[in-house]
Design a protein around this ligand. Structure first.
Ligand code: NAD
Length: 504
């Protein structure tokens, strides 16, 4: 009882003092972070700019060091220059002053290394401090994961207090994911393996958990009795660009649904974990994946973008004139458990669409009986969790249209755009990568995928892909700059529902 009183007091005091949004930054323990593929695109665009921002915020202790390890022929000086350029390109000018940049770059080292050979490994082993937290970021293709793990082990710089971070794609199907898990397990325990899905690092995604489990308002309604359906959309305006080689073998199902959309679905649908702890959360997510039903062919729409006035077709971009790979996919899913029986989850994702949008929409049912006139308007609540643009949530509630003219109902948003609400500008919302990397250093796996979770997701994905391959289904062509093929709209229309607009 006692701590409840004091918690209330604290809340009252906070309320009286007004919001205190300046969070206290606690530096992490000193660490060595080795980035394999440290000269690559991901390192330049996301990993190092993210680390730089953590450094500026005082979260990186002075003793921390970042070691780039890649095939590129560079020395430490040239690597620092390379990363200095990356910061200039990817960190807004207002967020980097010369002093910070210079001091950050001093923490960088470089080792030229061959993941599959012998070059550089002795030098790396000498450089790495084994008495600190060590993290190895595998920012290279998955075909190199095994070789890296083995060599870290051979050179005595693996060991219990080190962690590895692995990037997507984690396997191509169940068999390859199993094999990858098996390879990594030869050298590392599961609690040392951090499989990144950067969607989990988004502020909003974590807020989904805060909103669901930190309030009494939502959870009692969070089930098939009160929720009509859920929509998850990840729409991109870009095409496959230079990634055709990889993408044409993967397609939207493997590239987006099996990992990112699946993670969003899990966090939306899971039962409350007993504690906000890595395995408690991941156990609940796993149960959702296992409860997913097979998708009927009639509940599935695949699409491929056609040529536009100014843009090439998918097939041209993929340089594969016969490609049947999908650049768009939409589906209706059933989760076979007590909570969700009868409430469908609709998923869609695609490239070259009308707008860039990632969101989860939870559409509640209409009140069981309306006391208002038929023409007063409809009223169903809707909670939107927006990952981009403008990370935030908005809850649509029904009110009376102000003014005279009788009882007319309108829906208005209770907008919770984080940046506005917290008095930050959009740049202040930490990037997914910076949060996740700090979690690695802190040893917190909550926002990383566990091996069995990834395998379960593939076990659900594989038969769907096998199904359309066997049937010889070709994707429907769709015009670029739209919401995908017409059939995807029908997927909801036939259930008397509609997708949210994808606005430019
Ligand atoms: P990239 O091709 O730009 O960089 C590859 C890096 O790996 C380079 O630093 C290169 O020197 C190094 N490398 C390649 N072969 C090597 C070897 N034998 N030994 C040592 N180093 C070697 O690739 P990227 O875009 O940075 O992607 C890295 C990984 O991250 C890939 O697995 C990719 O699928 C994944 N990923 C990338 C993005 C992205 O936006 N770029 C997004 C999600 C996941």
């Amino acid at each position: 009882m006692h701590h409840m009183v004091s918690a209330n007091r604290l809340a009252t005091r906070k309320f009286l003092e007004g919001p205190t949004m300046v969070s206290r930054i606690i530096p992490v323990d000193p660490f060595d972070l080795v980035i394999f593929g440290g000269t690559g695109d991901l390192a330049r665009r996301k990993i190092l700019p993210g680390l730089f921002r953590r450094f500026v915020d005082g979260q990186m202790p002075d003793e921390a060091r970042i070691i780039g390890a890649a095939r590129s022929e560079l020395d430490t000086k040239a690597f620092r220059r390379h990363i200095g350029d990356a910061l200039e390109e990817f960190v807004p000018a207002a967020r980097r002053d010369k002093k910070h940049v210079a001091s950050f770059l001093e923490r960088l080292d470089y080792v030229q290394i061959d993941a599959t050979g012998t070059d550089g490994w002795t030098a790396l082993a000498k450089l790495v401090r084994t008495d600190l937290v060590r993290a190895y970021y595998f920012s290279v293709g998955p075909s190199l994961f095994g070789a890296l793990a083995e060599r870290l082990h051979e050179h005595g710089i693996a060991g219990r207090n080190c962690r590895i971070v692995v990037e997507k794609p984690f396997g191509h199907d169940l068999a390859s994911a199993r094999e990858l898990n098996h390879t990594l397990a030869q050298y590392f325990d599961e609690d040392q393996i951090y499989r990144i899905d950067h969607y989990l690092g988004k502020e909003t995604v974590q807020n989904l958990m805060a909103v669901r489990f930190g309030n009494v308002l939502f959870e009692p309604l969070w089930n098939a009795q009160y929720i009509d359906h859920v929509q998850i959309t990840v729409a991109e305006t870009v095409g496959i660009g230079g990634r055709g080689d990889y993408y044409d073998k993967a397609g939207a199902m493997r590239d987006m649904v099996q990992n990112h959309l699946m993670q969003l679905l899990c966090l939306t649908a899971m039962e409350p974990p007993a504690r906000f702890e890595p395995d408690a959360v991941r156990d609940e997510k796993l149960k959702v994946i296992r409860a997913l039903q097979a998708v009927e062919p009639t509940d599935l729409v695949r699409g491929q973008y056609d040529a536009g006035a100014e843009s090439p077709s998918y097939r041209e971009e993929a340089e594969n004139p016969d490609s049947t790979t999908e650049s768009f996919i939409a589906m209706k899913l059933d989760i076979a458990n007590w909570r969700w029986n009868g409430t469908p989850f609709y998923l869609r994702t695609g490239k070259r669409m009308r707008g860039r949008l990632s969101e989860i929409v939870v559409r509640f049912k209409e009140p069981p009986h309306s006391i208002f006139d038929e023409d007063a308007g409809t009223n169903a609540n809707e909670l939107t969790i927006r990952l981009q643009p403008n990370e935030g949530m908005d809850l649509r509630v029904t009110i009376k249209e102000p003014g005279p003219g009788g009882m007319r109902l309108i829906e208005v948003p209770l907008d919770m755009t984080f940046a506005d609400a917290l008095g930050q500008d959009d740049d202040d919302v930490p990037d997914a990568y910076e949060r996740l990397i700090m979690d690695v250093i802190r040893g917190n796996q909550t926002l990383f995928m566990r091996g069995d979770e990834v395998e379960a997701a593939w076990a659900w994905t594989d038969p769907i892909i096998e199904g359309w391959t066997k049937r010889g289904d070709a994707p429907k062509l769709y015009e670029p700059g739209t919401a995908g093929p017409e059939e995807a709209l029908m997927l909801l229309h036939r259930d008397g529902r509609r997708w949210r607009d994808v606005k430019p």
